[in-house]
Design a protein around this ligand. Structure first.
Ligand SMILES: CC(=O)SCCNC(=O)CCNC(=O)[C@H](O)C(C)(C)COP(=O)(O)OP(=O)(O)OC[C@H]1O[C@@H](n2cnc3c(N)ncnc32)[C@H](O)[C@@H]1OP(=O)(O)O
Ligand SMILES: O=CC(=O)O
Ligand SMILES: [Mg+2]
Length: 351
């Protein structure tokens, strides 16, 4: 562990100064595409308004397509107009034969076009330290003026056990995403899906009389509640951003929206979209609803300097509800400043 005094010193001579604040552009959806898939790449210029486009090099890219995906991402970064969207990548895992070439090629050739590098299967802070030093060396060699940020996927049991250390491992840490598919395997959960709930994970009301089966309602529980909540706390404490990851049942847009909303309400700022159909779901869920924004502004107006207590529609408001309402109202302001449609919806709701 570096001493606090050295935490913000560059890790290589000539590397850019580490950032002290995470840049807060919207990242409601991190949209995955395979840069080696020409059909997907052809769709990118039409995806204006997608907060983050992520060129994926890891899982879902076949072993014999790894080089093509890497070369495709270099081409996308150089040649495709992505408008306001941020460009991120997910490199291969640190124990793979591809990751070194991923990092060397991307930082050297298009390091100035990339915002964030997602690192999969992070086991602990030592993985972030390795990437941190290597990026500093590569940035120095490439003459980059702005440091690349790092995003960890929380998808190993060891990573969850050490999520707080991962979150604070480097000033490059931008955020953490839940990776429910690999995490399920790592924990030996008995699921066979990518994120979402499971009908077998439930609680049941008590038996009524002798019959153990009749009249007992069951309620499905959220498999990911503990991990998301722990990740959100680790990120908030470290000043970085938490995200829900993938929802693999592309057809089930309703279940996807529910899973994303649970994450939003618990504090996540975005989720992954794997298919164009999931982009609009993330945009809707991770933008505060107009009526919530209108309510938040009413509370803020009623509370004046933010201290004391008042009643509004029968509900007590005090300093703590003011702070919650500030979270909602300031998120709405940031998003509306870049999204005229959303700005109009907030105006329409009197927000
Ligand atoms: C556990 C994890 O690690 S999750 C992260 C890794 N997984 C991924 O990145 C998966 C990314 N997504 C995909 O590979 C695809 O969306 C799939 C395989 C899920 C479905 O693909 P398809 O069967 O082609 O879907 P579908 O037929 O509905 O696609 C419609 C069109 O959208 C395109 N499309 C599909 N997904 C994407 C995408 N993520 N980005 C851009 N375009 C896409 C298709 O190429 C197709 O184009 P076309 O109309 O020109 O033929
Ligand atoms: O990479 C994501 C996951 O769920 O695994
Ligand atoms: Mg994974």
């Amino acid at each position: 562990m570096r001493s606090p005094k050295d935490f913000f010193r560059p890790l290589a001579v000539g590397a850019p100064e580490p950032v002290r604040q995470i840049p807060l552009g919207p990242s409601r959806m991190i949209h995955f595409f395979d840069p080696g898939n020409e059909k997907m790449v052809a769709k990118l210029p039409g995806m204006a308004g997608t907060d983050v486009l992520l060129g994926n090099l890891e899982d879902a890219v076949a072993a014999d397509r790894k080089e093509a995906a890497r070369a495709g991402l270099v081409r996308v970064a150089r040649e495709v107009d992505l408008g306001e969207s941020q460009l991120w990548t997910r490199v291969n895992s640190l124990d793979s034969p591809w990751v070194l070439d991923d990092l060397v090629t991307l930082v050297t050739e298009v390091g100035d076009k990339l915002d964030v590098i997602m690192i999969p299967k992070v086991e602990g802070p030592e993985d972030i330290h390795y990437v941190d030093r290597l990026l500093a060396q590569l940035e120095a060699r490439a003459g980059l003026r702005w440091p690349l940020l790092v995003h960890a996927i929380l998808e190993t049991a060891s990573g969850v056990a050490r999520v707080e250390e991962i979150a604070t491992a480097s000033p490059r840490m931008q955020g953490i995403s839940l990776g429910p598919a690999d995490l399920a395997a790592s924990r030996r959960m008995k699921t066979t899906r990518v994120g979402g709930g499971h009908p077998g994970y439930l609680v049941r009301t008590d038996p009524v009389g002798e019959d153990l089966t009749a009249g007992r309602t069951t309620y499905q529980q959220d498999l990911w509640h503990y991990t998301v909540a722990r990740m959100v706390d680790a990120c908030a404490a470290a000043g970085i951003l938490p995200y829900y990851g993938p929802y693999g049942d592309i057809r089930d847009t309703v279940g996807c929206e529910d899973q994303f909303r649970n994450a939003y309400l618990l504090g996540c700022v975005g989720a992954w979209s794997l298919h164009p159909a999931q982009i609009a779901i993330a945009r809707k869920v991770f933008s505060p609803a107009p009526e919530e924004v209108a309510w938040a502004r009413r509370v803020l107006a009623a509370m004046g300097d933010g201290t004391g207590a008042v009643m509004l529609d029968g509900k007590m408001q005090d300093d703590a509800t003011v702070k919650q309402c500030q979270v909602v109202a300031s998120l709405a302001d940031e998003l509306a400043a870049r999204d005229p449609e959303l700005a109009e919806a907030y105006r329409g709701a009197g927000a």
